[in-house]
Ligand binder design. Structure first.
Ligand SMILES: [Zn+2]
Length: 90
């Protein structure tokens, strides 16, 4: 026979409260769990493979860009990046 009792547990978790663009320092504090302004902040991670100069071997660079900064940086590219409509691929 197994017996159970209800035990109240406290749960501690990380909750996103604000996001900041690393480029321009624009900061947005979240008002609700889902905040439509989050769509204009982009978390970018780049891992360096073996022999990579930057980031160096197996290092990872992580940063956040707002849409304005991302658009501004991409506009400086000599070769335009590919932009796809991802809504049709899923
Ligand atoms: Zn920015």
């Amino acid at each position: 026979m197994t017996e159970f009792k209800l035990v109240k547990k406290e749960i501690v978790e990380h909750q996103l409260v604000a996001i900041t663009c690393n480029c321009c320092a624009k900061r947005h504090e979240l008002q609700t769990y889902y905040d439509e302004h989050l769509a204009n902040f982009h978390n970018i991670e780049i891992e360096g493979g073996y022999g990579s100069e930057y980031p160096q071997d197996m290092d990872r660079v992580s940063f956040t860009l707002c849409s304005d900064c991302l658009k501004s940086i991409v506009s400086t590219f000599k070769v335009k990046p590919m932009i796809e409509d991802c809504s049709m691929t899923e």
